[in-house]
Ligand binder design. Sequence first.
Ligand SMILES: NC(=O)c1ccc[n+]([C@@H]2O[C@H](COP(=O)([O-])OP(=O)(O)OC[C@H]3O[C@@H](n4cnc5c(N)ncnc54)[C@H](O)[C@@H]3O)[C@@H](O)[C@H]2O)c1
Length: 280
Amino acid sequence: MVLALRLFKLPLLIVKIVKALKTGDKQMKNERFTGKIALVTGAGRGMGRAIALTLANQGAAVLVNDVNQAAADETAREIVANGGRALAWVADVSRYDQVQAMVNACLAEFGTLDILVNNAGILGNTRPIEEIPVEEWDILFGINVRGMFNCIKAVLPIMKAKRYGKIVNVSSSAGRSTSTFGGAHYTTSKAAVLGLTRHTAREAAPFNINVNATAPGSMDTEMVRERATPEHIERERQNIPLRRLGVAQDQANLVAFLCSDESSYIAGATVDINGADLLL
Ligand SMILES: NC(=O)c1ccc[n+]([C@@H]2O[C@H](COP(=O)([O-])OP(=O)(O)OC[C@H]3O[C@@H](n4cnc5c(N)ncnc54)[C@H](O)[C@@H]3O)[C@@H](O)[C@H]2O)c1
């Protein structure tokens, strides 16, 4: 009788153990950024969106920035639907007044800021140098370079005061070599991001702030799909030794690592992520 009772309880016990393991797994997954506040620029779509969702899935509260209100709202909505915390905030990163207001909003909503992912960027039109309008050069630099400087300038006092911070600037293999989709202005802006990263890293490291860059190769996002023909993209794919373009989640996983304390001795680095397309 006692044995029968024990055998009857066995399946229930197994269910309990499986549930406990699953909960434990979930807790581990969510603990990486628990208590951390992240600002991700250009998080309305593409890699920024994947980065925001990944940091949030691992416990961070995220300020979701974009120039596109509907896109920022949608990313924030998905984070909240997944049980996370998020605030959508529209700001053009090339405008310092808007960036400062965004950082103030972050402090008002979440109380502090630990992580900045400088992801917002534009590709511009692909055309020969002599056909690039001077105004287009300035607009592109305003977003891709001054935008990152603006965000760094606004968050550094907060990070320095708490002697903790993680900053990831999104450059490109264009900044290491030349762009295959954009023009000279894009290539030059992404090279400038690497200089900004190195300089900021040296200044900020004594305050326990890690500053790094990622240099993605060809990634399958709307930025590329909007500018290149399917044939051009297919040619790119065939030239990549891993035989595929990167996806947003590839970059999100790398950024999450660089924002975590697992990478605390990596500072001032540029991490390539390009399927062996660019070997330096
Ligand atoms: N896709 C690629 O192949 C590739 C390769 C290397 C580097 N990158 C870089 O990665 C980053 C993300 O690229 P993506 O492919 O996800 O781009 P994307 O165009 O899909 O997304 C960029 C997001 O940034 C937002 N944005 C644009 N200007 C802004 C501004 N002034 N202020 C705030 N937000 C702004 C856009 O609205 C958009 O939601 C960019 O910096 C890009 O240069 C892309």
